[in-house]
Design a protein around this ligand. Sequence first.
Ligand code: NAP
Length: 267
Amino acid sequence: MTSSTTSPGTALITGASTGIGAIYADRLARRGHDLILVARNGERLRALADELHAATGRRITTLVADLTDAAARSRVEEVLRTDESLTMLVNNAGIGSVASILADDADTMEHMIALNVTALTRLSYAVAPAFVRRKAGTIVNIASVVGVAVEMLNGVYSASKSYVIGFGHTLQRDLGDKGVRIQTVMPGATATEFWDVAGYAPQKESASTMSAADLVDAALAGLDAGERVTIPGLHEGERWTQWEADRRALAPKFANAVPAARYGLAR
Ligand code: NAP
């Protein structure tokens, strides 16, 4: 797999130095993508880039950036706006917490929002016009099941992932008919360093925790199958289909000038 003429283009993966992002890097390189790997830890990124280049022959570059830093992030945005070889953005970088509002501080939460929400949003805005212009491109956003099961972990983390899910629906609405593929991936607990950062390392050993390899392989199978939302750990997929149908059916019911009778303002 060395000929660039057969390349499906370049994928930019954020948070590629370890965990889910590093597995995406491995799988996408083996599918023939050239890669741009983004994270803060340059040593880890370069080691992975060397290993994947040796294994696949693909062109793998690294971009060391703290995506919560506006200047560093704008360098990544510039690449997304201008690199004509890009065909895929994997918005994967994210951090979590298990702490309640009484056990953590607002600055930590703002930092989480800067990565999980602001960076993901800005990178999507940077690449979307280019993908539309080329009538091709894929944006994969890594959300979480706690974006729906919001009471399970830290509230700001869960809400940041609800944002990713909601944003994904609107990206689909805005870009889906313009040649751009959107996939929102909702992992459940996955065995990565996420849990060390989040403050509950034992979760990595739990019987219900998935390997990052299985998570990414299932997510890519979902992408190949054309899924807009992929939830690898949900065995009863029809329940999500029903939930989505119910959510969409509710939308037209909200638009009434008159408050509902239960509020006692009937005229
Ligand atoms: P991980 O192993 O901790 O990896 C997180 C990645 O993000 C690392 O490559 C890290 O690299 C990078 N990163 C962290 N802060 C960054 C920053 N400020 N700027 C740039 N890169 C940064 O966690 P993971 O489990 O693979 O998480 C990947 C995604 O999956 C996240 O969005 C997470 O919310 C989501 N997710 C994970 C789980 C789970 O159970 N693991 C469940 C649901 C969803 P550097 O430290 O080198 O910057």
